[in-house]
Structures are given as structure tokens and as C-alpha cells.
Write a protein that binds this ligand. Structure first.
Ligand SMILES: [Fe+2]
Length: 241
């Protein structure tokens, strides 16, 4: 069964809706979410409500973590802190209870899911890890694959049992090699930072060992204007383009 893996929606309802439509058009019935459903974007409540309504299994992102523990806000730059404070005002107590129930990792089929980096880091960026550290993490990884988000950059790190190799993840299909282990960064639905303004997500087919990267256009103008209307920092809207 093919599985859509999404991450970093960041309260961008227009991007999320477009991705959900694309997932349905691909005939895929299962979606997993790697966290950061909120933060930056205008519709955190709507996004989380839809995740809950569709029963999309999800894990904790660093933005959810900061909502649960405001003492962690100092990790973020001032505009992001401001975004999180506005986000907190836009979400209900029921959504906060849901966020408090999220776990930091999830295992699905033969894959580990974590927001930042294996084995269980919500906050570590993949680019902070050197080759030696990645080799160790992949050696110790119990599953064949680890899906992450957090950097908002599509990427695959492969391990053949000896060395690690880095591959960019462009749109289209990519084959996974039998006997290898991988860390796969699925990019961002709602806050792309890779020079292409479309929403990104990955379809994993565990039966044949493929990844398909989807780039999905959406109504950026509408998402951007709502960000401004709701008083978020203008940069959150500008960087969507
Ligand atoms: Fe994020």
C-alpha cells in the first residue's frame, strides 16, 4: 500500500488542501504527518482540525513542542517567537490537548518517523550532523528507513553498510536499493525553503521500494494575504513566494 508522507504544513491551509487533493488524485488512502502542523501560517486550528478529522497519524514538531513549553521559545528568532504567540491565540484548548498527546516518534511498516533526526530528536537539523554521526545513526537504525522533516529541504541520505551518500530529491520517482538504509527528508507542505514555491510531499511504496516526490501548486496569494490579515510577521508571507 502506498503511503503519503507530509511534514511542516505550518498552518498553511491552502497548501495543505492542495496536497490532500493531490493525494486523493493519486489514489492514496494513507497519510502520515511528521509534525510542525502549526507556526508561521494563518490557519493552525483549521489544519489541526483536518488532521484530526482524517485521523492522520502525526508526531511532534519543534513548533508544537514550543507551544507546550513556552520556555523553549528562546530557541527561535524574534519573528518566529511572535508567530508562535499569535498561533497560540488562534488555537483552541482542544487542539492544545491534541498537541500534548503527540509522541516524538512513530514506527510505520519498516520506517521510523521523527521530526528532526533519528533516533528521536525533534530539534536536530540533518545538516548539523557530520558523516561519522550519520553513519552511526544509520548503523543503529532498527528500521530500513527514517522519514524526517524540519529543514524544509528534500534530501535522501543513503547507507550501503559502509558509507553514507547524499542525494537531492527532485520531483518524480526514485528507487530505493535493497539492503540499504535511508534517511529521507520529505520537505515542507506549507513553508518551502528550497527555491521552488510549490508544496512538497513524498509517496512511499514499501512493497516495491520507491519514493515519489510530488510538487503541488497552490493558491500562494491567498495564503500570504491571510498571514498579513491575521497579524503575523510579513516575512512569513513574503517567503512563500
Ligand atoms: Fe518546520
Amino acid at each position: 500500500m502506498r503511503i503519503a508522507i507530509i511534514s511542516d504544513i505550518h498552518g498553511n491551509w491552502e497548501a495543505f488542501e492542495a496536497v490532500l487533493r493531490d493525494v486523493e488524485a493519486q489514489g492514496i488512502g494513507k497519510i502520515l504527518c511528521l509534525g510542525d502542523a502549526v507556526g508561521y501560517g494563518a490557519d493552525p486550528e483549521l489544519v489541526v482540525e483536518e488532521i484530526r478529522r482524517r485521523e492522520i497519524p502525526s508526531i511532534l514538531g519543534n513548533h508544537e513542542l514550543a507551544l507546550l513549553d513556552p520556555s523553549l521559545l528562546s530557541w527561535f528568532n524574534p519573528p518566529t517567537q511572535q508567530s508562535l504567540l499569535i498561533t497560540r491565540r488562534l488555537i483552541s484548548e482542544s487542539t492544545m490537548e491534541y498537541i500534548a498527546s503527540l509522541r516524538t516518534t512513530m514506527v510505520w511498516e519498516r520506517a521510523l518517523l521523527v521530526h528532526g533526526a533519528p533516533p528521536d530528536s525533534v530539534t536536530t537539523y540533518l545538516f548539523e550532523l557530520g558523516k561519522g554521526e550519520l553513519r552511526r545513526l544509520l548503523t543503529e537504525l532498527e528500521q530500513e528507513l527514517c522519514f524526517v522533516g524540519h529543514t524544509h529541504q528534500l534530501e535522501v541520505i543513503g547507507w550501503d553498510g559502509k558509507d553514507v551518500s547524499f542525494y537531492p530529491l527532485g520531483p518524480g520517482e526514485h528507487n530505493l536499493r535493497a539492503g540499504w538504509k535511508y534517511i529521507v527528508n520529505v520537505g515542507s507542505v506549507g513553508q518551502p525553503r528550497d527555491g521552488d514555491n510549490r508544496a512538497k510531499y513524498v509517496i512511499w511504496d514499501p512493497d516495491v521500494g520507491t519514493l515519489e516526490v510530488r510538487f503541488v501548486p497552490y493558491d500562494i496569494a491567498r495564503a500570504a494575504s491571510k498571514i498579513i490579515e491575521r497579524g503575523f510577521p510579513a516575512f512569513n508571507a513574503v517567503r512563500l513566494w
